[in-house]
Design a protein. Structure first.
Length: 129
């Protein structure tokens, strides 16, 4: 069985050595991440004023497996919208769930709002904290 797909919140926990970083570290290097979630992480690091070279070095050092957002991924992300709207999940959250769903694996997140995810979403979620 493939390893879990990381959500942006899980990857950020690892980058900043926050609670749950050890759970994420179990899957590094080589953890799977949607390109959409990578964009979220990169944007957050940019917002914090981190230099581009530092950001690139961090991401390269993690040796992530980045999965593109293709048409099937977009359809699954969209399908999850009606199922997750009441839980307040974002586009990035749904992209992570779609990546896990299509890959037949678990999503790993630090976001406890995902606990309200309905069973119909069909994705198993594990929390890092």
């Amino acid at each position: 069985m493939p390893g879990p797909v990381l959500d942006a919140s899980a990857l950020l926990a690892a980058i900043f050595d926050e609670a749950g970083a050890d759970r994420v570290a179990e899957h590094l290097p080589g953890a799977t991440l949607s390109a959409v979630n990578l964009a979220e992480v990169l944007a957050k690091l940019c917002d914090l004023g981190m230099p581009d070279g530092t950001i690139a070095a961090i991401i390269e050092g993690l040796q992530l497996t980045i999965l593109p957002c293709d048409a099937a991924h977009a359809r699954e992300t969209a399908r999850l919208r009606r199922l997750t709207r009441s839980a307040g999940l974002s586009l990035g959250d749904r992209a992570c769930l779609a990546t896990a769903s299509l890959g037949g694996t678990t999503a790993l997140s630090a976001d406890r709002a995902w606990a309200r995810l309905p069973a119909e979403a069909g994705v198993q979620v594990e929390w890092v904290r």
